[in-house]
Design a protein around this ligand. Sequence first.
Ligand code: ATP
Length: 321
Amino acid sequence: MEGVSRTAPPRDDAAVRLTGLRKSYGTVTAVDGIDLTMRRGSVLALLGPNGAGKTTTVEICEGFTAPDAGEVRVLGLDPRADNDALRARIGVMLQGGGAYPGARAAEMLRLCAAYSANPLDPEWLLDVLGLSSVGKVPFRRLSGGQQQRLSLACALVGRPELVFLDEPTAGLDAHARIVVWDLITALRADGVSVLLTTHMLDEAEGLADDIVIIDAGRVVASGTPQELTSHDAGGLRISAAAGIAITDTAGAVSRACGGAPVTGAETAPGTYLLRGPTTPTAIAAVTAWCAEQDVQITELRVDGSSLQDVFLNLTGREVRA
Ligand SMILES: Nc1ncnc2c1ncn2[C@@H]1O[C@H](COP(=O)(O)OP(=O)(O)OP(=O)(O)O)[C@@H](O)[C@H]1O
């Protein structure tokens, strides 16, 4: 309009931006105030134990689930209000194929490709994912791993700018898993943003630029794999009878290590973590103290600062709890 100056709204450069996201199902709080920013062109892994709220978060981003509260921006758009505009720009890996179970694999992929103005070549994608030989097989007759790979192909065939992958390698054999990892790496090199959920720490560590660990619907840690692991100093993990005086053990280790700070905690009955030095002197001090107290150690392990340890320390659970 002449004489009216319009200022374009600022472009949201994040692939995904979540602010104060909440979602409950009846009395169950699935997402309890998640804030998250995902950079465009990056791979972000959402990690968390079962029931942490990963799938709910992703479903909200995809526009399938409405949040109770909070703001959601995906490629700068509202996934529900702007669903049509967004649908053409994102790829979603639906569990179970999200398709007519009678459709043949290649047919299904071509159908998905037909929704896009500039799709990838479906035959090429079938080949890359090792599905060429089952192109004529109906979806329901494919093995679980083949169905999984076809779902991935359907998510990618439209050349999305951003793709959501909910446990993309769950149930795949080692070879297929590597194929999928290579594909995700290639997508990232092409500038595609990838948000994946996973229970596999090596997958998150190997693929992701950024990791967000969620537990009970909240973000408990986030950062690059290096940032997450460098904050955790590690320690000595001990298994012995329940109820030993672990603070005394910590004191003995500290004295042996020249007064270095050492803290001790019983993380589960009979399982202890001594945070502090993990040197041969520290280990010798632990075994000497246990010998003096007649405490039988059944396991003594040096915890490095692996993502597994970070995860365990933050959530108190193994990844598949
Ligand atoms: N449609 C639903 N109706 C009721 N409760 C639900 C629904 N979807 C999820 N929940 C509950 O919300 C919580 C979070 O579930 P969600 O599936 O988001 O977790 P998750 O981290 O993806 O778990 P998993 O790794 O087991 O898939 C769980 O307690 C779950 O039982």
